[in-house]
Design a protein around this ligand. Structure first.
Ligand SMILES: O=C(O)Cc1cc(O)ccc1O
Ligand SMILES: [Fe+2]
Length: 439
């Protein structure tokens, strides 16, 4: 496949035209009486019409057929572990850790949609407040089908396998250590080359933003120009039985149509899918002493209406220099008024070298204590504090949410990956209390 082209920037007003149809984008207005090349104009609204200008998100799509040409939606039962049922299990405040989730074996063909499994979540898509954390476990490409969520934005974190994502806006390729965001209502199809696994943070409230930088200044963390949006690319194909799959109020529905929905010849707007390479993150950290809160590594945030409180933050733990003097350098012991779901894309995580593995996960719920295991504590309390490059070849991440999440039945039981012995990693932390002030 030829190398894909992208537009660079975050939250920009973009426009794109498939080069095979120059002039497809109407000039000077959104809805001409007749669009160039006989296209239909369709607006995709990502915020209320009346949202303040700095928050307002919408795009105009110029397409071969309007999306409305489809047969009625019917319930679809291909992903039986995709759910918003947060009451399936009794609440469980324990520290939870999952071994890597199983990818289906080659004798079962499972695509991205059928491979969606919900691990935990909270809230309600109907009142547009909440999140769901899913994993996708698949080995086959979507065929004659496209998916969209009517519930929330998907932040997709591939852990194994490259995702080739065809969207209405064009194509993107997303490899492990990159992420993609496909926002509410945007149709997409996922092609995979083999066994594929990753994590999804779905937010029901609103959209992801770059965090404010405050005293950091105008540059740093995830820089806007490193976000990439696809360029317009259309296919003009009649495909009887093409399936449009909608995730709607936590369930899947399918509607058939006889053509590809990837028929957008040109588009413009600021409501777009995008990808980001996590290796581009400009890491800022403590260079004198103490351990910064992990919010310093926020890539994207979906804010709530409370100042400074996120519905969910996407935070990474990238390779970086650790230089703090007279400091216990690993993550501190912690009880949080936020829920911390962590996953591992590559390598290992400094606070726990064993047990937390790529493709697995952990959840430290609201006010549940967590922190370094005994090995990490002992090593970090006694090590010589030289400048040290840490997390080399690794990438852990956290979905941190102000919501108190429930684990689904699949997450708690059916997946059979929950590690009942996780708590043991803290049980051997020694009592070091002594009469001597300098230990
Ligand atoms: O390891 C964790 O659970 C996440 C985490 C990281 C960090 O640097 C500080 C606090 C914290 O909870
Ligand atoms: Fe924490």
């Amino acid at each position: 496949m030829a190398e894909l082209k992208y537009l660079s920037g975050f939250g920009s007003e973009f426009s794109s035209e498939d080069p095979r149809k120059p002039g497809a984008l109407p000039e000077g207005q959104n809805s001409p009486q007749r669009c160039p090349y006989g296209l239909y104009a369709e607006q995709l609204s990502g915020t209320a019409f009346t949202a303040p200008r700095h928050d307002n998100k919408r795009s105009w799509l110029y397409r071969i057929r309007p999306s409305v040409i489809h047969k009625p939606f019917k319930k679809l039962d291909v992903a039986k572990h995709l759910t918003h049922k947060w009451d399936e299990q009794e609440p469980d405040p324990n520290q939870s850790r999952w071994l890597p989730f199983d990818i289906p074996s080659p004798d079962q063909k499972v695509d991205f949609v059928a491979g969606l499994h919900t691990v935990c979540g909270a809230g309600d898509a109907r009142s547009r407040h909440g999140i769901a954390i899913h994993v996708y476990l698949c080995n086959a490409s979507m065929d004659k089908s496209a998916f969209y969520s009517s519930d929330g934005d998907f932040l997709i974190v591939p852990q194994q396998g490259v995702l080739k994502i065809t969207t209405e806006f064009g194509k993107m390729e997303v490899a492990p250590n990159e992420i993609a965001v496909v926002q509410l209502g945007m149709r997409f199809a996922v092609h995979v080359d083999g066994p594929s696994r990753g994590y999804i943070l779905e937010v029901f409230d609103g959209h992801f933003k770059l965090p404010d930088l405050g005293p950091i200044g105008a540059n740093g963390l995830a820089n806007p120009r490193d976000f990439l949006t696809p360029v317009a690319h259309y296919e003009d194909v009649d495909l009887p039985g093409f399936k449009i799959i909608s995730k709607y109020q936590g369930s899947l529905f399918v509607a058939e149509q006889d053509h590809s929905p990837f028929d957008v010849v040109a588009w413009h707007g600021n409501y777009v899918p995008y990808k980001y390479d996590l290796s581009k993150f400009m890491v800022i950290n403590a260079v004198a002493y103490d351990h910064c809160d992990p919010s310093i590594f926020t890539v994207l945030t979906c804010p709530s209406t409370k100042p400074g409180v996120a519905i969910a933050d996407f935070v990474i733990f990238p390779p970086r220099w650790s230089v703090q003097e007279h400091t216990f350098r690993p993550p501190y012991y912690h009880r949080n008024c936020m829920s911390e779901f962590m996953g591992l894309i590559l390598g290992s995580y400094e606070a726990k070298e064993g047990g937390f593995l790529p493709g697995g996960a952990s959840l430290h719920s609201m006010m549940t204590p967590h922190g370094p295991d005994d090995k990490c504590f002992n090593a970090a309390s006694n090590e010589e504090l030289k400048p040290q490059k840490i997390a080399v070849g690794t990438q852990a991440f956290m979905f941190e949410s102000s919501l108190s999440m429930a684990i689904t039945k699949w997450g708690a039981e059916t997946c059979q990956k929950l590690d009942a012995k996780y708590y043991e990693c803290w049980q051997n932390l020694p009592k070091l209390f002594s009469d001597k002030i300098n230990v």
